[in-house]
Design a protein around this ligand. Structure first.
Ligand code: PEP
Ligand code: MG
Length: 321
């Protein structure tokens, strides 16, 4: 492994030919945010707001939320912070939002869908995020989890605008969102691929089941093809006259250095990951130029299993040998 892979991240994600790939951090609390800033993260690509309030049986007050979000934004002055609205349900139950008696929680009322079953919580959260943004210098982007239809992106964008926030986006975690990304991006400015859930729903393999790990693997060519469809959708939205449409990845896939190369080769613009993965991802990205990353992405999507895709790409990355 190169010196950079063993050392610290220098705060600049870039390919060998100078193509910028901003490397952001996934965080859940003010402590996490300070750790991420110390590790050199160029911003926050995923703030899992539910982590601030796990185990609570009451909705946090707007004041309490403003305090938490402000502390997080203050760790990244003038940097991008992508705030995800509460993602409750399935693997992350929040008693004030979710019904734990559903027969199929992963396919149930979770993520953005809870705005219908418990109206008001999302609007109050957006108000708190807007107040925290006003109090700090962070560039706040805000996105909804578990989106399945372009109409949901449209409704969310309207709520974001009503709260006075400027940059709406949604997560691509379902195959339906990936295949309608062009329509979704008529309504919102960016998407972030949540490859943990996107893998679970594309492969129809529960992310909580270790026995399905081979299927539940973001190297699966079907998952990579979903990423490609999303990027193509973003390009179509841009071609139709919309402004730049950022496509990020904030699932665990972004923390696997070889897979990070493939994601960039597929056309992903930014990667967000656990702060401890930043240095090793940055080192491998620096070893390839964009045409090489694109060729490796093509190689990966043509394979017939996750294992073959991963092995084929790794064999072509001398820095990982
Ligand atoms: C994902 O699904 O990839 C994601 C980033 O969200 P979470 O892991 O919190 O569901
Ligand atoms: Mg998810």
């Amino acid at each position: 492994r190169s010196a950079a892979a063993r050392g610290a991240f220098d705060g600049h994600g870039v390919l060998a030919d100078g193509t910028e790939v901003p490397l952001l951090a996934n965080v859940g609390t003010p402590d996490d945010a300070r750790t991420a800033a110390g590790a050199g993260a160029q911003g926050v690509g995923l703030l899992r707001t539910e982590f601030c309030f796990l185990g609570r049986d009451q909705e946090p007050s707007v004041e309490e939320q403003v305090e938490q979000y402000t502390a997080i934004f203050e760790a990244f002055p003038a940097r991008k912070v992508v705030v995800r609205t509460l993602d409750a349900g399935a693997d992350k139950p929040l008693p004030f939002l979710t019904d734990t008696e559903e027969p199929n929680p992963a396919l149930g009322v979770r993520g953005y869908r809870t705005d219908r079953s418990v109206p008001g919580v999302l609007a109050r959260q957006l108000e708190a995020i807007a107040r925290a943004e006003e109090a700090t210098a962070a560039q706040v982007w805000v996105m909804a989890p578990m989106i399945s239809a372009p109409s949901e992106a449209r409704d969310f964008a309207a709520m974001v605008a009503a709260a006075g926030l400027r940059v709406p986006g949604v997560m691509v975690e379902t195959p339906s969102a990936a295949v309608t990304a062009d329509q979704i991006l008529q309504h919102v400015d960016f998407v972030s691929l949540g490859t943990n859930d996107l893998t679970q729903y594309t492969m129809a393999a529960d992310r909580m089941l270790g026995s399905l790990a081979e299927l539940n693997n973001p190297w699966q060519p079907a998952v990579l093809r979903m990423v490609r469809l999303t990027v193509e959708g973003a390009r179509r939205a841009e071609a139709s006259g919309k402004g730049p449409r950022n496509v990020g990845v904030c699932g665990e896939a972004a923390a696997d250095p070889a897979l990070a190369v493939v994601l960039v080769g597929l056309g992903v613009h930014t990667l967000s990951m656990s702060p401890r993965a930043l240095a090793s991802v940055a080192a491998v990205l620096r070893s390839v130029d964009l045409p090489t990353a694109q060729a490796l992405a093509e190689l990966a999507v043509e394979q017939h299993s996750a294992e073959e895709a991963s092995a084929a790409v790794r064999a072509q990355l001398p820095v990982l040998a």
